[in-house]
Every structure is written in C-alpha cells, then in structure tokens.
Design a protein around this ligand. Sequence first.
Ligand SMILES: NC(=O)c1ccc[n+]([C@@H]2O[C@H](COP(=O)([O-])OP(=O)(O)OC[C@H]3O[C@@H](n4cnc5c(N)ncnc54)[C@H](O)[C@@H]3O)[C@@H](O)[C@H]2O)c1
Length: 274
Amino acid sequence: MPTGECIDGPPELITTDRFQGQNVLITGAAQGIGQAVAHRIAYENGSLFLVDRSELVHEVAAELAEITGGTVGSATADLETWEGAEAMVAAGVEKLGSLDTVINNVGGTIWAKPFEHYAPEEIEKEIRRSLFTTLWSVRAELPALIDSGGGTIVNVSSVATRGVNRVPYAAAKGGVNALVSALALEAAEKGVRVVATAPGGTLAPARKVQRGPGPEGEQEKEWYQQIVDQTIDSSLFKRYGTLAEQAAPIVFLASKEASYITGTVLPVAGGDQG
Ligand SMILES: NC(=O)c1ccc[n+]([C@@H]2O[C@H](COP(=O)([O-])OP(=O)(O)OC[C@H]3O[C@@H](n4cnc5c(N)ncnc54)[C@H](O)[C@@H]3O)[C@@H](O)[C@H]2O)c1
C-alpha cells in the first residue's frame, strides 16, 4: 500500500475565519482524510466535534483545540449502529449548542478480492462499514440541522464505484451517492444542502487504526496490487492524491462558498470520474 506524509502545520492556502462561528461535526476524525479535514477547519477557526470509534480521536481533538479559536469536543461512537449515531448527535449538540455542518467520512474497503471470493458475512460487513455509517449518521443529524434553521451535509464517497476487487464497497458508496441526490431534493426547502466528494486513491501515513485484517498471502497481495495499479492507471495524473488534496474540496463544499451547490458528488481523483 503506497503511503504518504502526515498532515502537519498550517495548510498551504487557507481562508482564515471561513468557519468562524460554524459548528462542524466530523466522523472518522482519528486519522486519514477525516483528521486532515478537521485540521484544515481548525486553521479556519471553526468549532469542531470529532467522532470516531477509536479513542485516538481525543488526542486529535486536544491538538486542534490549540489551533482553532472555536470550541472543540470529541466522542467515541460505533456509527455502524443507529444507537451510536444518535448518541453522537446528542453529544455534539450538547457540546457545541447546535450543528451547522456535518462531514460523514467513516468508511473504507475492508477486503480486496474478486466478488466471487467474498463470503456473505463479509459483504454485510462492507455495507455496514461504508453505507450504514453514513445512512445512520445522516438520519440522526438531519433533525439537528433543520432545528438550526438549515445546514450542510458532506458525505465522503469514492470513485471506487468503478473499481476492481471491491464490489461490496463500491455498492455501498453507490448507495452514498444515491443518498446525496435523493436527500438533496427533499432537504433543499428545509435549507439543508447535501453533497459529497468521491476521493480517488489517497496517500496517508500507515494507519494506526486498521480497516481489517489486511492482505494475507501472495494471492491477496496480488489482488490488492491490482487495485493500486488500476487506481494509478485511471487517474489522468498517474498518481495518488494527498490528504491535503482531499481535505481542500471537502472543506470548500462544507463552507458557505458552496451555497449554490447541492445534490452534487464531486470526483476528486485526478480526472478519474468513478
Ligand atoms: N484513503 C483512500 O485512498 C480513499 C479513497 C477513496 C475514498 N476514501 C473514503 O474516504 C473516507 C476516509 O478514508 P480514510 O482512508 O481516511 O479512512 P481510514 O480507514 O484511514 O480511517 C477511518 C476512520 O474511521 C473510523 N471508523 C471506522 N469504522 C467506524 C465506525 N463503525 N464508527 C466510528 N468510526 C469508525 C476508524 O477508527 C478510522 O479512524 C472513507 O469513507 C473512505 O471510503 C478513501
């Protein structure tokens, strides 16, 4: 698996105070893209409520509290359950007073193999990880956003909806894309925008929290390598993106600068449209 650098120090280009006075909830914020998004919004002075299944989220929150002028809170929750999503929103509203923007970032393929090799229980786990985390989160967040007089939902999808060796994950992210377009129709009149980015392959430091068992044996490593090769080949730039390149468009879509954009899934994959 190709790896990249940690997010550290101020982003190269920021819009200072773009998030001042904005209460932003981010899921899956303990590492990777979610952490990079939280980092950027901290530098743009937002208030943050960071959620993850891993306790590491509290360390990330403590670090960002030193950067932003806003309030920072954090909680652990299992977002594969309705109870986890409901508790997350209650805790976020209690800490920040209300929610303006939510960024649902939890997901990620657990296994990499041709579809005929997936066991039924593995397919269910992939859907729970990469579709239900977003479905439950959005269902729990929506009333809080409506109560605030409107707000923004940014989901993190994937261009792997057209990718090899991860059909269940692709199906889950296709569901996330459908949620964006269908909910945008209903929610517009309530002042809620619903959008997503669809990242391509992204370089990040080696994961502290693993998604699953990881490829074991020569065959599984080869199937994983096929994903890497297809990812590079279908990007017009012939490379992976960086965490900063994923965080910037998510944060733009989350900001008031994107006020006329809803129902859109933006591919962020060097020209791979997914
Ligand atoms: N990294 C990539 O190359 C890439 C490419 C395309 C799309 N994406 C998408 O971007 C998002 C972030 O990817 P990443 O690589 O940064 O993720 P990651 O696997 O590095 O981190 C995911 C975080 O979510 C947390 N998490 C997992 N299951 C959870 C649960 N049930 N409840 C609460 N928290 C849970 C983990 O603890 C972890 O901190 C995912 O939705 C992924 O599908 C990533």
